[in-house]
Structures are given as structure tokens and as C-alpha cells.
Design a protein around this ligand. Structure first.
Ligand code: FNR
Length: 354
């Protein structure tokens, strides 16, 4: 199929399935164990319903946003995914170029196929990149990685906190995929990327070694969101790692509601931005996340499907579709600006949906 036929993100997933090698797909599509959380992430968005308001002037709809103070064409960023070279040899470099074309921020992964230098050299002078950190148990090494990211011009540090140990991705293991290989290497040198000792005290230490804003990626309980706020981090990402870590955890939309409730009316609340990722495939999903209180959403797999099926153009088109869908949704909802998106514009109807 040609890229012109790609009308929705699901089309890219299908195109990627027909074009990409089985091993690469096994790594990208899979979730942990029975993939209950992976599926739940997707369907949970459908259980929230939109309550549009009418007779609002929506001649001009503006979805432009700020994420940690940095401009973005929409409240969407590209979340870090490991080894993008699996999807396309251009890997993260092409993703960064596509991010610039679409005016969104790219979060660079620790486990990249291309070097940090290559990824940051691909950045346009006006473009913003963030850095995702897997914390090495060798803290000197972790500190060096943070410093390198900062020197290379990354503007925020997203510390992944949901991988004290890797999850079990059986689909991937069965097709002898990359996660299995990666897990194999990390067992051999377990000090490299994951650290089961990582704890709250380390977060305070990260604060002391960098001036980049710090965001904790992988929060799944209101209590942890409150603790993050008390520590004074700049943001949190409500995330279950795209259903790849602990199977049986709740959808991120459900957790987001809990987190917003826990943070409500706490002092300093407005200084910490809350993001969410997991299963976001439609402009309406983005709208629902914002209505719940998220500042922006992260996108994982769709970027890899776009990249795998059509290279840089595919990623650009994925982002373009999300932007178009979000603006259409905003117009139909009677919300010409992001500030108009309020919690009373969504309802969850339990009788009907569960
Ligand atoms: C990921 N994710 C991830 N997260 C992270 O912090 N570091 C990483 O190296 C990776 N690697 C990775 C690889 C692949 C193939 C996937 C699919 C995901 C998780 C990612 O950042 C994000 O949380 C989820 O992908 C969001 O869910 P969706 O959009 O994929 O449903």
C-alpha cells in the first residue's frame, strides 16, 4: 500500500506488519506475559465518552502547546523506544528529522541504535530533544550519561523508573527476538542499564547533578505521584511501559484519573507536569488525556510502525494524522484552544462500558 492510503494510525500498524521482519515486529508489538495490560491500554480510552458543547466559534483551532516550557505544535511527544534501527536502518536519526518536520519533541532512548552524537547532530537548531535514562547501577556511569546528554543539548531528563528488572515478553522470546537478546546481554553485564536498587534517594541525587528538568517515567499509583511532587521533580509520566513490564497493571487512563485525584489541591501541584502514554492512537485519545489533566501525551509504537513501513515520511504522516485528528476533535467539542479542554467534557459510563 502507498503512504497516501494511510488514513489512520492503525493503517500504519497493518502496513508495518506486512513489511517488517518477524523478529523486529515481535520486539515492537509485544507486551509482557498475557498482554492483558497491553490490550487494556488501548480499549480503556474507548470507555471515556466525549460531551461536546455546541455553538462555539471554532473558526481557528490552536493545538500548539508547551511541554516543560518548550514549544510543541501539539500536546504530543515521541516517547523513547529502544533500538529504532530494527524498524529502519536510519533509526532514531530519521525519527528526530520527522519530529522536527512535525514540530514535536523527540525523547532519545538510552538504548539507541545510533550514537548520542548522531542523534543530536541530526537535530535542527530550533529543535528540542529530551533524553530517556536507564539508570546504570554504576552511578558514575549514570552521571556520565546524564552529563553527556546535557552537553549534547538535550533539554530534559526522563528517568525510567518502571524497569528495576526487565519484564517477560513471551511473544518476543518465542520469535527469538531482540528483547530476549537484549535481556541476554544485560544478564551478562547486569550493571549496565537496569538497577534493582534504584530508589527515591537516587532521584534527589540526580537533581543535584543536572540542571535539566527531571521527569519520572513509569508512575502507576497516586501515592508515587505525591512522593514525586514532594521531591520536587518537574514532571511524571503515567506509564506502564506500553504494557511491556508488569502484566496485570491497570490502563494508563485509569491510573491517570487516580493520579490527578491524588495530586488535586496539593501545594506546588502546578509546578509538576503530568504526562501519560500507552495506547494513544487517535486525536480523541489525546483530547481525553488532556481533559483528565495531562499536559501532553507520549506516543511509542505508532512511530515505529510509521518508520518501519515508510521511513521518515511514515513518521511524519503518523504525527500529521494525530494533529489533524486532535484539531478536528477540538472543533467538534467546542474547544478552540487547549485551555478550553476541561474535565467536564468527558464522562465514563460504567454501566455502558464495563
Ligand atoms: C518502549 N518503551 C521504552 N521506554 C523507555 O523508557 N525506554 C525504552 O528503551 C523503551 N523501549 C521501548 C521499545 C519498544 C519497542 C516499545 C514499544 C516501547 C516504552 C515507551 O516509551 C512508551 O512508554 C510506550 O511505548 C507507550 O505505549 P504505546 O504508545 O506504544 O502504546
Amino acid at each position: 500500500p502507498s503512504i497516501k492510503k494511510m488514513l489512520r494510525l492503525a493503517d500504519f500498524e497493518e502496513a508495518a506488519i506486512s513489511r517488517m521482519p518477524r523478529e523486529a515486529l515481535g520486539y515492537i508489538t509485544s507486551g509482557a506475559n498475557d498482554e492483558i495490560t497491553l490490550r487494556e491500554n488501548r480499549v480503556a480510552w474507548n470507555r471515556l465518552w466525549l460531551r461536546p458543547r455546541v455553538l462555539v466559534d471554532v473558526t481557528s483551532v490552536d493545538a500548539s502547546s508547551r511541554i516543560l516550557g518548550f514549544k510543541s505544535s501539539m500536546p504530543v511527544y515521541i516517547s523513547a523506544t529502544a533500538v529504532n534501527g530494527l524498524a529502519h536502518p536510519g533509526g532514531e536519526v530519521l525519527v528526530t528529522r520527522a519530529a522536527h518536520a512535525a514540530g514535536v519533541i523527540h525523547m532519545l532512548p538510552t538504548l539507541s541504535s545510533r550514537t548520542l552524537e548522531e542523534m543530536t547532530a541530526a537535530r535542527h537548531p530550533d529543535q528540542v530533544q529530551f533524553y530517556q535514562l536507564y539508570v546504570s547501577s554504576d552511578r558514575q556511569r549514570a552521571a556520565d550519561m546524564v552529563r553527556c546528554a546535557e552537553v549534547a543539548g538535550c533539554k530534559a531528563l526522563f528517568i525510567t523508573v518502571d524497569v528495576p528488572v526487565p519484564g517477560r515478553r513471551e511473544t518476543d522470546m518465542r520469535c527469538k527476538g531482540v528483547a530476549a537478546t537484549l535481556a541476554g546481554t544485560t544478564v551478562a553485564s547486569s550493571a549496565t542499564f537496569y538497577d534493582p536498587k534504584l530508589s527515591w534517594a537516587d532521584i534527589a541525587w540526580f537533581r543535584s547533578i543536572t540542571t535539566m528538568p527531571i521527569v519520572l517515567k513509569g508512575i502507576q499509583a497516586g501515592e508515587d505521584a505525591v512522593q514525586a511532587l514532594h521531591l520536587g521533580v518537574d514532571g511524571i509520566v503515567v506509564s506502564n511501559h506500553g504494557g511491556r513490564q508488569l502484566d496485570g497493571t491497570r490502563s494508563t487512563v485509569q491510573v491517570l484519573a487516580e493520579v490527578m485525584e491524588a495530586l488535586r489541591s496539593l501545594p506546588g501541584r502546578s509546578k509538576m507536569e503530568v504526562f501519560v502514554d500507552g495506547g494513544i492512537r487517535r486525536g480523541t485519545d489525546i483530547f481525553k488525556a488532556l481533559a483528565l489533566g495531562a499536559k501532553a501525551v507520549g506516543i511509542g509504537r505508532p512511530v515505529l510502525y510509521g518508520l518501519g513501513a515508510f521511513g521518515q515520511d511514515g513518521v511524519e504522516q503518523v504525527l500529521h494524522l494525530l494533529g489533524e485528528e486532535l484539531r478536528t476533535c477540538m472543533a467538534l467539542m467546542g474547544t478552540p484552544t487547549l485551555a478550553d479542554i476541561k474535565p467536564n467534557l468527558i464522562v465514563s459510563d460504567h454501566r455502558r462500558c464495563y
